[in-house]
Ligand binder design. Structure first.
Ligand code: SF4
Length: 376
């Protein structure tokens, strides 16, 4: 199994909380130069997979700023370099403010079979406070149009703990999600990152966020509303209908191999992790010089690979299976980690099944504490 991630770092407007590698300062020439460099990187990295792709994920940024011609070129470059499994999951991230029926039809024709919509909220006050370019009604409409266009596998992102949000408004966004033809919902808690507009406002005392008590109430709401609507929590922040878990993201959490192309993209290939430059000028220069845009190549030895597998696997509801750890790393889970397993089960944060270990419902809210215990 190998996945390919493609990063499109352009947005219509920078959201107040966003520290992703994305910019709203670009024109059609920048876009063309970047897409040329991206196609070059795809062809230079093609050998890393060594097998056909089980998943392709085009994320950003806002990939749906691409014109139909640029989409054709991108998929042409990918198909020249990689073969895809017949049932490969092909996801595109979309911003509800940048897509229409024609765009949806075109994505379907390209073979895209999963859409991930950056909805964030259905509440107009919250959306405006976050700096999003769409309204709640545009988001609702986009989900319906995507379903009509044949996207049977549809995901949205929601955010928790954002300015203007109350328990009621969060409940209402979750209920809207539960009533739409979705297969997957990601719910991310707002984190204030440096170099964002929210960070500056917080430093100036101008950012009003929901109080801690309100936030903890929200955790219970998402479990209840999404659970009752048939979505299972399969990862700390992710809920899916049975069998509709994100196969691409499962590659990350199961510590499998993937190639990332584009600005700031990461690859995990046997024995190393590669991180691309975050500097757009350098990214395009690397292409012109006929070299890869690597900024960092880190060797990953056996001990690091084991640590990664524990750290990532604990995020998943399925947890870590002793048999997998034995086969992949030659490690006896219950012998090597007897101390943290005992401590975390005593605290009610971890449970032991016949096959391995996983976080309890409470453990999902205290995941960092559990992970730290295993890393000591
Ligand atoms: S649309 Fe997404 S990537 Fe772009 S600025 Fe907003 S949050 Fe960041």
């Amino acid at each position: 199994m190998h996945g390919l991630y493609v990063h499109i770092p352009f947005c219509m407007r920078k959201c107040g909380y966003c520290d992703f590698a994305s910019t709203d300062r670009w024109n059609s020439e920048d876009l063309a130069a970047y897409m040329g460099a991206l196609a070059g990187e795809i062809s230079r990295r093609g050998h890393e997979a060594g097998e056909s792709l089980s998943s392709l994920y085009v994320g950003g940024g806002t990939p749906t700023v691409l014109t139909p011609a640029l989409w054709e070129e991108l998929f042409g470059a990918i198909h020249r370099q990689y073969s895809l499994d017949p049932d490969a999951e092909i996801t595109v991230e979309a911003n509800p403010g940048t897509l229409n029926e024609e765009g949806l039809r075109h994505l379907r024709l390209l073979g895209v079979n999963r859409l991930s919509l950056g909805v964030q909220s259905f509440d107009d006050r919250e959306l405006a406070a976050m700096g999003r370019i769409h309204t709640g009604s545009q988001a609702r409409q986009m989900v319906r149009l995507a379903a009509q266009a044949g996207f049977a596998n549809l995901s949205i992102d929601l955010m928790q703990g954002v300015p203007e949000q109350t328990e009621d408004s969060f409940r209402s966004s979750l209920s809207e999600a539960a009533g739409l033809p979705l297969t997957h919902v990601s719910v991310y808690e707002l984190k204030i990152e440096p170099d964002t507009a929210f960070f500056t406002r917080q430093q100036q005392g101008r950012l009003d966020l929901p109080a801690d008590g309100v936030l903890s109430g929200m955790d219970g709401l998402r479990e209840q509303i999404l659970g009752e609507a048939g979505f299972g929590r399969y990862e700390i922040s992710n809920y899916a209908r049975p069998g509709q878990e994100s196969r691409h993201n499962l590659l990350y959490w199961r510590n499998r191999m993937y190639t990332g192309v584009g600005l700031a993209a990461c690859s995990r290939v046997p024995g190393k992790r590669i991180t691309n430059t975050t500097d757009m000028v350098e990214y395009i220069r690397a292409h012109r010089d006929n070299r890869l845009p690597d900024a960092l190549v880190e060797p990953v030895d056996r001990a690091m690979a084991l640590e990664e597998e524990l750290f990532l696997g604990l995020r998943l509801q399925e947890g870590i299976r002793a048999k997998d750890l034995q086969e992949r790393h030659g490690v006896d889970l219950f012998a090597q980690y007897a101390g943290p397993i005992r401590q975390m089960t005593d605290e009610g944060l971890l449970s032991i099944s016949g096959e391995g270990i996983c976080l309890t419902r409470r453990g999902m809210d205290w995941a960092n504490r559990v992970m730290t215990a295993f890393m000591r």
